[in-house]
Each structure stands twice: as C-alpha cells, then as structure tokens.
Design a protein around this ligand. Sequence first.
Ligand code: CP
Ligand code: NVA
Length: 319
Amino acid sequence: MKKKAKKKTAKRALRGRDYLSVDDFSTAEIKSLLALTAEIKAHPRRYRRSLEGKMMALIFEKPSLRTRTSFTVGIKQLGGDSILLTPADINLGKRESVYDVAKNLERMVDGIMIRTFGHDICTSLAQHASIPVINGLTDLEHPCQAMADIFTVLEHKKSLKRLKLSYIGDGNNVAHSLVLIAAKLGTTMFVATPEGYKPQAAIMERALGIASETGAHIVWTADPVEAAREADMVYTDTWASMGQEAEAAARRAVFAPYQVNKALISHAREDVLFMHCLPAHRGEEVTDEVIDSLNSVVFQEAENRLHAQKAIMLELLRE
Ligand code: CP
Ligand code: NVA
C-alpha cells in the first residue's frame, strides 16, 4: 500500500495530514491553528479564494446541526465546495468497505470529514485515503470541537495561564478531546464524572503523559463541587451521547448530582464561562438559568466551529 505523502516543511507543516485526535497535532501546531482561527475570524474575506476548486466529502453516520453547517459553509467561504454523504448514500462498511470508500473518494475529492461511531472506522479511512481526513466526531473524540472551545476560552480570557477549566458530566468524546487539548496547552483541567463514567483510562494516561511535559494539571474527581470551585470555565455535555439512547433513563439517575445548575455554578468564579458543545438537553445536564445566563457562551462556541474548522481545512488542504 502506498504511504500518504505527509511532507513536513516549516511553513506547510500540516499539509496533507489528518486530524483524527487532538493528539495528532503538537502544542506548537495547535497554537498556530488558534492564531490562524483568530485571523480568519477577523478577516474572512482575505481567505475567500484560499481553497478555490477544493472539494470536501462530508460523511455523516450520525445526526448533526453544527458540524454539517460549519463544514459546508466553511469550505464554501474558502472558495471550495462539499458533497454530503449520508448512510442513505454510502452505507459505510455495509454497502461498501471503508477501504473501497477511501480509494474512491481520494480520486475525486481533496479532503474528507467523517462523523461516525467507532474511532477505528475513522482511523481506517485515514490510513487508506491519500487525502486529509478530519474527525467530525467519533465515539472516542471530537477534536474540532475542542479546538473551537479553547479558541472561545481565549477570546474571553486572553491566556490560559492560571485558569481552572472544568468539565462536569459524562467522560465522553467531548471530555476526551478537551482533556487532551488542555494537556497540550499546559493548562489546568478538572474532570468530574461519576465513578463508572470516567474518561477512558488510555486517554487520561496520555493526557497525564503530555501534562508531565507541558506543565498542565489534569485532575479527575467524582465530586462536581470540587471541579466547579473557583472555576474559570464550567463545561458540560449530554449524559447520553449519540448511540447511547437506550441508556438515557438509567444515566439520568446516575448523573443527576452532576447537573450544572445555579447551585453548582455558584461555586465557580463570578466571571465563569459556561460552555456546552450542544445540542443541550435543558433540564438535564444544564438548567435554563445557567445556559441562558450572561456567563453562557454556547452560541459563540458554536460559531467558532466555523472559524476553527476553516483554519484546519486551510492548513490541511492548501497547496
Ligand atoms: N457540537 C456539535 O458537534 O454539534 P452537532 O452534533 O449538531 O454537529
Ligand atoms: N457527546 C455528544 C456530543 C454531540 C456533539 C455525542 O457524542 O452525542
């Protein structure tokens, strides 16, 4: 099998690469993407022909509002275009193998974004396709979300130094990517989950390993108040992710003490940012009074998916 041409130059270090996990990029690469995100957000017209003629395939095996819209609009705003591929179109792995899909798409498009279940589907697609593959959410990670989230924090707090970022809820894909990006960027991140719903051990080990090099402080706790106390950011996500719908009722009981409500967030700093990747289940992981409060930046966070992913597509796809 031919190896992907993943040429590295100082200026085009990300060209041709994949973004399947936050861990695919170094601290310096993440920082440069965050800087490019700011530049693109401030001056979108400067980039309107940057990916002229480039085509993205957007594969969705799960529903989406933000990811679909932001990738579709994002590539258009860079001068390119996209084609949407749903299970009704390709039925990945059933109608056709992941390998065959990769081998077809690499001849027709310049990049692939995939939202799927098993992370191995995403890595297998990337392994077989000679074009960049971007993870638009798997059961393991949501790396584009984490990039937009950290960018949003930086817009408000300017620097990550001396911040306490906290994630409270299920130790899921969103938590995994957040903990990895916090480790890469050397900040403090508390993750509060019920004992049986911790982030995966391999992710935590990797985050702690990265943290030992960057000086980050990564803490797991079962106590939501410990995470919320003096926090600069409180983040939560659904208690039952896509694919876990059958567990939703059981999870509601386990996660009830982790609801981000007025009482819990009162332990945080007054200028705490409330964040959520969305979709939110109001009255479950978060109450209306928190998500609709002045501290909530959830829609800014959603908008920043567009800017962050334009930066990612630009760096991965440009000549
Ligand atoms: N946050 C996020 O990925 O939203 P969608 O599921 O709507 O794409
Ligand atoms: N953890 C959620 C995130 C949705 C954007 C899920 O996987 O359904």
